[in-house]
Write a protein that binds this ligand. Sequence first.
Ligand SMILES: [Mg+2]
Length: 244
Amino acid sequence: MLCDAISKLLMGEMVCQAVMEMIVAFDFDGTLVDSYSCIEEAFRRALEKHFHWLPFKGFWAKVLAKIELYFERPHFGKHGGKVRQPFFFRWHFFRTWFEERAKLSKPIDNAKELIRKLKEQGHTVISFSAEDFIDGMKEHRLKVSGFYELFDDVIVFGRELSICEAFWLVREKYGDETFVWVDDKPWRFIGRGDENTEYVWYYFPLTAKYVKEKILNQIPHLHVIQDLWSIFDVIERIKQEKKT
Ligand SMILES: [Mg+2]
């Protein structure tokens, strides 16, 4: 009898743990890698390669970096629909810029180890980010940086898929487990996800300056972290909340 009771309890615990496995989705730029600090240097290198004759390359790189950062603002980063590749991004110059940017990007907070640890704990870890201005470039950069093969799945929205379609694709493929969505641009969360979505804003200083109170007020189940490893505290907190 006692044995039965103990085994039932253990089974219960196991079922409970299985239920608590989550889908953890990570954005890429500004969340897993710092690909912002190097934007200007990547432009300088691209100018060096394609416009060697151009004077004041440092100045032009600064101007181009400012323009690029302008497109990082909330108004542009919503990915509600499907955006076509702008024609000028077909120029070799921009491909070189992205490639130089990929080479110069650095992982944040030992992010690769973090992904491995989350998977060890049984979570499904996916890459969930927006396409770059050049088709296929996000996948290419994920591969170059050594992140691609760490994920259980890689989902890129913004071109073929809108952000909402991408979310429902995850639901279709991986079920209704808690979806923990980590991104440095919290305005993407507004009106997206479902009841069982937990939103984690990773505070990345270079994009955090665009975050306003009125954006955060529109997001339910919001968690804020300044260190990627705090995701484990968030997961623990969610587990506790769901138990009660
Ligand atoms: Mg980002």
